[in-house]
Design a protein around this ligand. Structure first.
Ligand SMILES: *Cc1c(COP(=O)(O)O)cnc(C)c1O
Length: 341
């Protein structure tokens, strides 16, 4: 029985659901794990995650398709990325096949919270792991916990996606030790000061530039950039210090294979931005948010697509990818993991 939730008025927030998956790493091995009821975590006051921020996470969604299945999108890529993030922070890897299994089990145990097709809402899934035992001298933990919880979330944009305004940010997004490509709380902690400051100044997001030369576009705090050229190519920044967005990688395939567009994944210089026709941010949460304007210390770059609606090419990309996710358009092999037929 579906829960008595007002799906159309859900926000993007946390709601406790019935079950979460937990597995512990101790004496060099992961235990088999279990679904549990307790949403609270208890640990040492000196846990490595609390003192030294040894934690990494993932984010993906489950949703109801047009024909009533419950599915999630490319969870194998989240598994691989969590493994990369874990390796970078000297954490043991949670086996990738077991990651996908844990996601499936967690959704199966909370099926009543999967929003219906057409509601715009989805079930957001948050896998994560952290160093749990007490560590006071600086070193990685010996014991870890891997968890998956889920929470229903409303459409990222209520009443349609309005283009946003971004400012060029003077801070660096990630710690300057080559952690920009991993999905870790430490990078988000780094970005909090800058995002609150941006909001206070009337901007929706920060555009981070490469730390070394400050001439190349990286990403925002939590989404990759895509650009559309005036002749209809998709251009998206390539850098070792941005998070490899699964949405962005999927959009590159959609552009090339479904829409017959040329795709360029390469370094993008800030000076090129004025020549693009459309700009967007991509990530699991919003899929694509259109960008209307970028402000560099008072100098404005306004995209021809404007501040009223998504640009026409961005819209095609958005409609095709969400069509694939919602089962209206046939997906490439292996993209859709069916959880409930
Ligand atoms: C999660 C995230 C993204 C978006 O990645 P998706 O896999 O598309 O959700 C982009 N940038 C950062 C920094 C992120 O943490």
């Amino acid at each position: 029985m579906s829960k008595n939730i007002d799906w159309s008025n859900l926000g993007f927030g946390y709601m406790e659901t019935d079950k979460r998956f937990v597995s512990n790493f101790k004496d060099g091995a992961w235990d088999e794990g279990a679904l549990i009821d307790d949403p609270m975590v208890t640990m040492s006051e000196c846990a490595c995650v609390l003192q030294y921020a040894q934690t990494v996470f993932e984010g993906l969604k489950a949703y109801t398709t047009e024909d009533g299945k419950v599915v999630c999108f490319r969870p194998d890529l989240n598994a691989a990325r969590l493994a990369d993030s874990a390796r970078r922070l000297k954490m043991p890897v949670f086996p990738e096949d077991r990651f996908v299994e844990a996601v499936v089990k967690t959704v199966e145990a909370n099926l009543d919270y999967v929003p219906p097709y057409g509601s715009g809402a989805t079930l957001y899934i948050r896998p994560y792991m952290y160093g749990k035992n007490a560590v006071i001298g600086v070193k990685p933990a010996d014991e870890y916990e891997f968890r998956v919880f889920c929470t229903p979330v409303g459409p990222y944009f209520k009443g349609g996606a309005k283009p946003i305004t971004i400012r060029v940010c003077d801070y660096d997004r990630a710690a300057p030790h080559g952690t920009g490509h991993i999905k870790a709380g430490l990078n988000y902690a780094m970005s909090l000061y800058a995002i609150v400051d941006a909001h206070n100044q009337g901007y929706d997001e920060n555009m981070y530039l490469d730390a070394a030369t400050r001439t190349k576009v990286e990403e925002t705090g939590g989404a990759n950039f895509i650009f559309i050229t005036k002749d209809g190519k998709l251009v998206t920044p390539k850098s070792d210090s941005i998070l490899p967005s699964i949405t962005r990688r999927s959009l590159m395939v959609v552009a090339e294979k479904y829409l017959g567009m040329e795709v360029e994944h390469r370094e993008v210089y800030f000076d090129e931005l004025k020549d693009f026709a459309e700009c967007g941010l991509c990530g699991t949460a919003a899929v694509i948010s259109p960008v209307g304007k970028i402000v560099d210390h008072g100098k404005e770059i306004c995209f021809p697509s404007g501040m009223d609606e998504m640009g026409p090419v961005t819209k095609k990309l958005y409609d095709t990818l969400t069509g694939i996710q919602m089962g209206r358009i046939e997906a490439p092999e292996g993209w859709i993991k069916v959880i409930k037929e």
